[in-house]
Each structure stands twice: as C-alpha cells, then as structure tokens.
Design a protein around this ligand. Sequence first.
Ligand code: HMG
Ligand code: MG
Length: 320
Amino acid sequence: MRVIKKLLQSRPTRTQHTLSRFLSDFVKIVEVGPRDGLQNVKSIVPTEIKVQLIDKLSLSGLKSIESTSFVSPKWVPQLADGKEVMSRISRNPDCVYPVLVPNLKGLESALTCGITEIGIFTAASEAFCKKNINCSIEESFERFAPTIELAKENGIAIRGYVSCIAGCPYQGHVDHGSVAKVSQKLLEMGCSEISLGDTIGVGTPGKIKELLQAILPHLPVENLALHMHDTYGQAVANVYVGLDHGIRVFDSSVSGLGGCPYAQGASGNVATEDLLYMLHDNGCDTGVDIDSVIETGHFISGFLERINGSKVGIAKNPRS
Ligand code: HMG
Ligand code: MG
C-alpha cells in the first residue's frame, strides 16, 4: 500500500508529463496543402482560389507554405499555373513559400517568380521513382546536380524529399538502408532539410520507430522532417514517434488535402489542424493559430465540396 502511494506521489500529472516532454521545443510545420493537396484534386482549382488559400494560411503564423510545383503540366495539369500563383500571392515576410521542382527546367521557371526555397524529390524505391519522375534514383541525382548548382548560385534553400520510406505502391517493401543512403546523398549534394515521405501512409508507429532507429545513427536528426500521409489514420501517431526521436519539422496539409497522383489510393497528408492539436497539447510551440487554420480548412473544403479531412476541423467547425 505504502509503495503504491509512493508511486502515485512520484508519478507526474498528465500536464507535467507532457509539458516536461516537449516544453519550449519549437516545432516547424511545413504546410503542403496548396501543392501536395491541390495536385491530387481531380478538377483544376482556379488560380484565384489557390491564391486565397495560400494568403489565408500565411496569416495563421505558419512559417513555411509549399505553394505549387514547377513540374511538367502534362504530368500534373492541376498545378500548371504555378507562375501565376507565385506572382499573385501576398507574401508574409515571416513565411517562406517553397515550390517543388523536378529538374533544371522547373527551377529556371521558378526563379522568374521570386522564390527563395525549392523542394527536389526522389524516392527510396526505384519503382516509385520511375513512375513519379520517369528516371532511376541514380538518374534523379544526375538531374539534381545542375539544379542544385543553379539554386546555390541564386541563394535558394534546398529541401530534399525521399518518398516511400515505409513502403511502395509498386514494389512493396523498401529497405531502411535505401532510405538512409538516398537521404545521405541529398544532404551531401547540398539539401539543408530532408523530408522523409510515407507517400502512401502505410507506416505505423512500430514501423516508423524501427525505421528511425535504423537510420538516425547515420543522419543528423536536426536536418530531418517527416511527411506523413494519413491513408490508414496513422499519421498523427507516426509524428509523435518522430517527435520522441528528436525530429522537430513536420509536413502537413490543411484539412488533410491531397495525395500523390502517382500513388493510387494514397490520401492526403496529416491534417495541419490535427497535427497542431496534438503538438500544442504536448507542450510544443509552433507559433500557429489553430483556429485560423481550422477556418481555412473549412474554406477550401467548402470550395471543393468535399468532407473536411481533419477530425479537429470537424469537431471545431466554426460554421456549424
Ligand atoms: P519526362 O517526360 O521524362 O521529361 O518527365 P523530359 O525531360 O523527357 O521532357 C518531356 C517534356 O516535358 C518536354 O516537353 C519538356 O520540356 C517538359 P515537350 O518537348 O514534350 O513539349 N518538361 C517540363 N515542363 C515544365 N516543367 C518542367 C519540365 N521538365 C520537362 N519542370 C518530369 C520528367 C520530371 C518532368 C516528369 O516526370 C514530371 O513532371 N513529374 C512530376 C510528377 C509529380 O509532380 N509528382 C507529384 C509530386 S511528388 C509527391 O507528391 C511526393 C511528395 O509529396 C513526397 C511524398 O509524399 O512522398 C513530394
Ligand atoms: Mg506527399
């Protein structure tokens, strides 16, 4: 009895526990809804709506909003208006607006619209790389070399995506070693941040823990981000595992918009609203106003006539 009492006395309260865990840790959210989200919407969203979406998000305290991509319009017609979007948004000086580029041609277009950061993207799976960007992983590095050189000449920050870290829609299993090797190569080539993508959302907390324990001895945790799609509802839990392993940058998508057009059936990224709810309750500082993101989630879901993909957004619907 006395032992139990002692244990109860020494056990931290829930608040003490969560606050001591991540208190004062700043967590950067990279909002990818306007790019990862809208690239997968069947209809073409009008440029004006894209601009409104980005502008609303940039008033919520987000520090990074991936706004569009400069890929082939034949491959992704949804984002063919990238130049116009970038020239019409109202830039918040406290926010960066990265864009996705697959090659030199994409970067050359992006440079005409005042970009300061790009995302280049490859995969830990050969099969996915071929389907997504029509080349092998090795060839993707060859394409990136001149792209990175030009980006550096222009003082552009470079983020590197590694897709299919927890499984591939075409080849199934993906080796931890491949995730580590591709990430290392991107860092060596000049990327300052590597976003590890669970493209089809098949990761579970156990799998992500195993992956992180395998790769973290080989990679600097401060340069890593997680990009968790929520196809099977595991994304918030997977982010928590990342947080527990020292990762402090997470990608998310307002109202859970999106997916990848080259990964059939994959649903959107973890909803920004759901991620913020979990992070704030665990004592993390994001600088983001959750109510403002919730409002924006309803704006875009309403326009697209879709069910809001954020549980928090639905629970706290300011319009109901
Ligand atoms: P390709 O056909 O092998 O390229 O495509 P190519 O060099 O042979 O060129 C073919 C044509 O495309 C030419 O035009 C080029 O000029 C043009 P044509 O002579 O036929 O008229 N072209 C371009 N046009 C505009 N912008 C460009 C560009 N490059 C070539 N940048 C390519 C190769 C990479 C271009 C193509 O495969 C492509 O655009 N793929 C993009 C696929 C994509 O955007 N996927 C979704 C984003 S990735 C993702 O969602 C995953 C992520 O979220 C992380 C995760 O979840 O894991 C990041
Ligand atoms: Mg993605």
